[in-house]
Design a protein around this ligand. Structure first.
Ligand SMILES: Cc1ncc(COP(=O)(O)O)c(C=O)c1O
Length: 278
């Protein structure tokens, strides 16, 4: 258990990276992977995601060198919502050399509904070189409590324990996490609200002619073209916070979190009226 998945990313970086090592990050993705590498003086090799932000395994494999220590796979990926299929994850794990570890970030795994999605755990069980990251910050709604965990072989866990402080996760957070795990009703309700919300957003985006990236997560990346920043500011002025794609160099996009039916309705009506004023 760690103080959020963020702490685990730092611990993995401390365990496996030295100056001049390399990590591979399919990009754009979650910024903490780069933070961990920079902390250790390692180099970040960004491999751009494909045309529709899908993972490109061949491109990832082609960038592996003697210095590569970690390959990060965030699936579903933040901020694109795209995922790596089980078959492709299998093929990646079969193809990497022995000195490389796959860090599979499943922070948004509970929102994924695709039949061919894998949360990575089956590959840990089959002794592949992979560590799976999990968090209570997303579907369990406990981001402020700061708790996450990793699933990996004994050998990897031992490596990480060497750099982990003994009392990193406070006992209140542990109680909250155990309670969250036993609350299947809340989990199922959140999954259902998210799946329905995704459909609700897709329908209106289609009606408005807005291009979006199909998401397996609890947010959708939507293309507003040159209006993106204007829409971002107008939404904010109306009390609706979204993430600007500019954070990841996706200047024409906004990353919009899925809410309840009523919240989504308000968001969609507000977007509609902003676009009508153009
Ligand atoms: C992909 C991904 N991994 C990990 C985290 C960090 O989770 P935690 O709050 O458990 O540190 C986040 C949070 O935004 C995330 O988006």
């Amino acid at each position: 258990m760690t103080n959020g998945a963020d702490e685990l990313i730092t611990l993995i970086s401390e365990s496996y990276l030295e100056a001049n090592d390399e990590i591979i990050v399919p990009s754009p993705s979650f910024s903490e992977y780069d933070f961990g590498a920079r902390l250790m003086g390692a180099k970040v090799i960004q491999v751009p995601l494909g045309e529709n932000y899908e993972f490109n395994i061949d491109a990832i494999l082609s960038r592996i060198s003697e210095q590569t220590k970690l390959i990060y796979i965030c699936s579903p990926n933040n901020p694109t919502g795209t995922y790596l299929s089980k078959a492709k994850l299998n093929s990646l794990l079969e193809s990497i050399p022995k000195h490389v570890l796959v860090v599979f970030d499943g922070a948004y795994s509970h929102f994924a509904t695709a039949e061919d999605y894998s949360n990575g755990i089956e590959f840990v069980q089959q002794d592949y070189p992979i560590i799976v990251l999990q968090t209570f910050s997303k579907i369990y709604g406990l981001a402020g409590v700061r708790i996450g965990f990793g699933v990996a072989s004994q050998e990897i866990v031992k490596d990480i324990l060497k750099v982990k402080e003994p009392f990193n996760v406070n006992s209140l957070a542990q109680v909250a996490a155990v309670a969250a795990l036993s609350d299947q009703k809340h989990l199922k309700a959140s999954q259902e609200i998210n799946e329905n919300g995704r459909k609700q957003l897709y329908e209106t985006f289609d009606e408005l002619g807005l291009h979006f990236i199909e998401s397996m997560s609890n947010f959708v990346l939507v293309q507003f073209g040159p209006y993106a920043e204007h829409v971002y500011k107008q939404l904010m002025a109306n009390g609706i916070i979204v993430r600007s794609g500019a954070t990841w160099g996706l200047n024409e996009y906004l990353r919009i979190s899925i809410g309840t039916f009523e919240e989504n309705k308000k968001l969609l009506e507000t977007i509609q009226s902003i676009l009508n004023e153009q």
